[in-house]
Design a protein around this ligand. Sequence first.
Ligand code: CP
Ligand code: NVA
Length: 337
Amino acid sequence: TSPFAPRHLLSIADLTPAEFATLVRNAASHKRAIKSGAIPQSLIGALSGKTVAMMFNKRSTRTRVSTEAATVQMGGHPMFLGKEDIQLGVNESLYDTSVVISSMVSCIVARVSKHSDVADLAKHSTVPVINALCDSFHPLQIIADFVTIYESFTPKAHSLSSLGLEGLKIAWIGDANNVLFDLAIGATKMGVDMHVATPKGYEIPADMVDLIQRSGEGVASAGKLFQTNVPEEAVKDADILVTDTWVSMGQEEESKKRMKAFEGFQITADLAKRGGAKEHWKFMHCLPRHPEEVSDEVFYSPRSLVFPEAENRLWAAISALEGFVVNKGKIVEKTQQ
Ligand code: CP
Ligand code: NVA
């Protein structure tokens, strides 16, 4: 890579604990400032005259709307390029697409299937590439998730490389997928334990377990990962119960098989009680949500953080664009606005 190679955000694994914590804190700080009517000076016109190309070959509500709104908030122009619009990997190689688009814009936000596709785009792009979800990772979601956790639990006094959330326990009940992988990486870096229950045959692949565990290297009190096939075991003493769809985009053909395999994995108030979740337990979900993975009773309850979590996608997008585009990959702390 040339010394001028841009820095990309493909996974939370690309960030040091301090950088991840800073992106989360900056998102929370911008949220407070903007909601109180004081737009931080550093954001005004920060993307003025710049185009953010959004190459999406899968559907999206939150990632699309938050990225477009964040870009506009910072004075830039979001250019949405859906899979029917451009030649992304269909009639033109990813290499050609990446070289051409990056020669005209300031950032590429890409939603593709294979992780190797977004990695290829990044390799050949002359501008930062931000992963908007691939089969392995979802970094923008995980920044928003930690903003939500940071706002909902009382952080302890902490240094720059932490969010003061050490000792919290997240129970993930359901499929081991892209959202879980990046969540577990972020949790490991922040000293938050992850207890994961999947049906047999749907566990986290070994190479991903390895990446999650390596994410804790050099972290004083790294979060730990536990896996089980029994939902109640994962729920024990959990502060937060999390799930996602059982059928991710691209797995539609496995739908029937998966519905059967995941029977008994729905998050319900009864499961939380049986398993012994902490008294104050909260529920999170990246959305879109389907009723099979979580009951209405939990999803629409006061314990549910899903709508603030979704809103936090906007603040996460602003923080990521600021860090990777405006500040060219140098993730610096904003002073409290
Ligand atoms: N959570 C999330 O990424 O939602 P979308 O697929 O709607 O963007
Ligand atoms: N795991 C889901 C997340 C969607 C935001 C999927 O990949 O479809």
